[in-house]
Design a protein around this ligand. Structure first.
Ligand code: BG6
Length: 489
């Protein structure tokens, strides 16, 4: 008996489809990784024919998968793409989509992936309608639904959304996507920590002094202000991407590489993080806005939406007691860089002659998520031809050098393939989403009270507000960037 695999993209005329989804599916096809008998059905309200939709997404592949685009491979791939013009909030139209899919599917196994690349306020209605239209029954093959971020606006709405979709889908059918988990370097965090024996024994409060996580962007809100102004950096970057990085740095070793084992450990980290309660927000958080933000079209007059945040978290468990985790993220900053730096403790005693009060620099391990993906480790070396002078030197690994220039695939490629294979390890489970909101909500609430730190304005192209430096300097540290390097503010 044959098997069919339908990938249905709701909201197919949007940017995500053109920039990420189709280029990733094209690359999967090129690498021979898509299952047999697959097809893509794009669904949206825009007026495309099959051909004009194919042209539209081909332009996306030429632009975003430039290095791998090839006209012949594209033609083979594009044969399997069709388009349905319709409004998925209308039940009858969903039934029409179902009919179309049923005509293509034969009597064998028919699998379907529904990708919700639509406005978040349509998630609830769409999933409910999919259920009512009997499009999620798994009698003849699997039915999986991919839900893009943001998943909820706060804890209450995320909980509500979870409840609604659980009425229609089992947890194993739901794939809440966070594209950071699809990044090679993020996946490598687990390999680095748990496939090597060197670091795990020192990966704790006895040896680690503090941890910094930076997710800096040079882009500003651009044309996304309509969306962004109601969201801000805490909901757009912190609640999901940055918290996911933190959980992978801090997690206990999972017993196996299975989705549930990994997701259990991540959820445990979230439940051990000490929430920053409203009265503490001034001491533990910084909120900023780049100076020209309010000029962008779509931003409300006098908007206080933060485009930058820096936070200090503690994790109340045996491994991390007393180790501060500093995290920061912002738009319109000096560089695009996502990186994690672990600062180890200095040696307890220095036997070398050093000027009064001087100490050797701490060992630093930096995981460069992007760009220039790799790992750097800095340590002290003796400066040649001196008595005992020391200097920071570095050992480094770069993906490009070790694996070649095109070694890093687009994050969505891996994630889409995992959905097809039914591996949810790199997707967020309902409890983790809610636990993460439980940490973000009190900060956002605190920012609405008299306890709030001032909204600090910063110039575009800088490293954000000076208050973020004060936050970390207060504890005797300073931010690093460039994979663990000191830099000029
Ligand atoms: C998205 C955010 O989830 O991630 C954007 O909505 C942000 O605001 C983007 O720019 C950053 O992703 P990346 O992969 O470029 O770091």
């Amino acid at each position: 008996m044959s098997e069919t695999n339908a990938i249905v993209i709701f909201g197919a005329s949007g940017d995500l489809t053109r920039r990420k989804l189709i280029p990733s599916l094209y690359d999967l096809h090129r690498k021979g990784r898509l299952p047999e008998n697959w097809r893509i059905l794009g669904v949206a309200r825009s007026d495309y024919s099959d051909d004009s939709f194919r042209d539209h997404v081909e332009a996306g592949v030429k632009e975003f998968a430039k290095a791998t685009y090839d006209a012949k491979t594209w033609r083979e791939f594009a044969k399997n793409i069709t388009y349905f013009r319709g409004d998925i909030t209308e039940f009858e139209q969903l039934k029409a989509i179902d009919k179309l899919l049923c005509e293509w599917e034969d009597d064998g196994k028919s699998n379907r992936l529904y990708y919700l690349s639509i406005a978040p306020n349509l998630y609830e209605e769409t999933v409910t309608n999919l259920g009512a239209a009997k499009m999620v029954h798994e009698d003849h093959g699997w039915r999986r639904v991919v839900i893009e971020k943001p998943f909820g606006h706060d804890l209450a709405s995320a909980r509500h959304l979870n409840q609604v979709i659980h009425q229609v889908l089992s947890e194993s059918q739901i794939y809440r996507i966070d594209h950071y988990l699809g990044k090679e370097t993020v996946q490598n965090l687990l390999v680095f920590r748990f496939a090597n024996s060197l670091y795990e024994p020192v990966w704790n409060r006895n040896y680690i002094d503090h941890v910094q996580i930076t997710a800096a962007e040079t882009v500003d809100v651009g044309h996304r202000a309509n969306f962004y102004d109601g969201v801000g950096v805490m909901r757009d970057m912190m609640q999901n991407h940055v918290m996911q990085l933190l959980s992978l740095v801090a997690a206990e070793p999972p017993a196996s590489f299975h989705a549930e084992a990994i997701r259990n450990e991540k959820a445990k980290v979230f439940s051990a993080i000490r929430p920053i309660r409203p009265p503490d927000v001034a001491g533990c958080t910084v909120r900023g806005q780049y100076r020209t933000y309010r000029d962008a079209e779509g931003v409300a007059a006098g908007s206080t939406t933060p485009t930058y945040a820096a936070l200090r978290f503690y994790i109340d468990n045996w491994r991390w007691q007393g180790v501060p985790f500093y995290i920061r993220s912002g738009k319109a900053l000096a560089a695009k860089a996502t990186e994690i730096t672990i600062f180890f403790k200095r040696p307890p005693h220095v036997m070398f002659p050093m000027p009064e009060g001087a100490k050797p620099a701490p060992n630093r391990l930096s995981i460069c998520i992007q760009p220039d993906e790799g790992i750097h480790f800095s340590f002290q070396a003796k400066v040649p031809d001196t008595a005992a002078e020391m200097r920071d030197v570095e050992m480094s690994f770069h993906y490009e050098e070790s694996f070649g220039a095109l070694s890093i695939p687009e994050a969505y490629e891996r994630l889409l393939l995992d959905v097809i294979k039914g591996d949810a390890s790199l997707f967020t489970r309902s409890d983790a989403i809610e636990l993460s909101w439980e940490l973000i909500d009190p900060i956002l609430e605190g920012w609405e009270t008299n306890y709030a730190p001032p909204l600090s304005f910063y110039e575009s192209g800088t490293w954000g507000p000076a208050e973020a430096n004060h936050l970390i300097a207060h504890d005797g540290f300073h931010w690093v960037y460039g994979c663990g390097h000191d830099y000029e503010e």
